[in-house]
Design a protein around this ligand. Sequence first.
Ligand SMILES: NC(=O)c1ccc[n+]([C@@H]2O[C@H](COP(=O)([O-])OP(=O)(O)OC[C@H]3O[C@@H](n4cnc5c(N)ncnc54)[C@H](OP(=O)(O)O)[C@@H]3O)[C@@H](O)[C@H]2O)c1
Length: 291
Amino acid sequence: MGPVMEPTILITGGSGYVGRRLVRRLTEQGRHLRLLLRPTSDVTWLRDLERPPEVIHGDLEDVASLKGMAQGIHQVIHLAHIRYARSVAATIDANTESVVFVSSLRALSKIPCTSVDLVLGGEQAASTVPGAIILRPSMIYGPGDDRNISRLAGWLRRRRWLPVMGARHLHQPVFVDDVIDAIIAANARAVEGVFAIAGPDPMSYAELILAIGSVLGVRPHLVSIPSTLSIAFLRLWQHLPLSQPVDVAQVRRLLEDKVYDIGRARTLLGFAPRSFSDGLKLALTKEEVLT
Ligand SMILES: NC(=O)c1ccc[n+]([C@@H]2O[C@H](COP(=O)([O-])OP(=O)(O)OC[C@H]3O[C@@H](n4cnc5c(N)ncnc54)[C@H](OP(=O)(O)O)[C@@H]3O)[C@@H](O)[C@H]2O)c1
């Protein structure tokens, strides 16, 4: 019997926040990776890896630039935005054993807007791939600039007050390493279909901010902004020739409860996300070497 061939995993979005951590984890496990990156993607961080992966260049906006991307590939992890699922579906061939698409729990939002439509359209394209696995994370947080919790923490480090909308609405953020565990499990197991990937417990936005304050050793003062007033203000702003910091749909999404059932991921992927308080301690106190 000849040597067992190690599968090669194609990863899109490998230069992003989740992607860099996933690539580091998989290369540490000795996995063969091929990264699809744009010619403009930052690759300096790859130099720190003991076994830098193969890199090919292409742009998911331009299917012609993806020629050869999936040649000799056994598994695919699509981490770049789910709206590019159609490009991935068009490029892979019959030899691909598994495709994990990372989407977003935004798919469940009831607020009609372009960003939700893009996720739903992407998932539709993903589901045309036989055996497709679609992981839908909630808000992802972790060490470094996660662009979510880290921004709130940055504000609270400088000021003791915070303007808030939707303080009582529920959130279920998930720690970045738990998302990576779910991706690796989905890639390795004989599963298919859609999985919600969120933290173990929902909490109100006010509780979330107070928990950040507690890790930072500050007691934030929450200044409530009436949402009806903000929406009316933003509707007026739309008519001005000025760019808007947030739009009406974003504000309305803040006022949705984001509570998810992660039972399927627990059962089929062995998903066991850490508590928000444990994740926060790692996110806000751990030395970050990657970004
Ligand atoms: N972060 C969250 O809270 C969150 C929550 C739910 C779901 N998600 C989903 O999880 C996935 C990973 O999130 P993330 O925060 O790590 O994303 P991110 O940091 O924004 O990274 C996006 C990645 O996609 C690549 N990319 C973007 N456009 C591309 C194109 N046209 N062609 C090829 N590559 C392209 C980027 O490459 P460049 O380096 O060249 O820009 C980058 O590697 C995304 O699909 C995201 O929608 C994230």
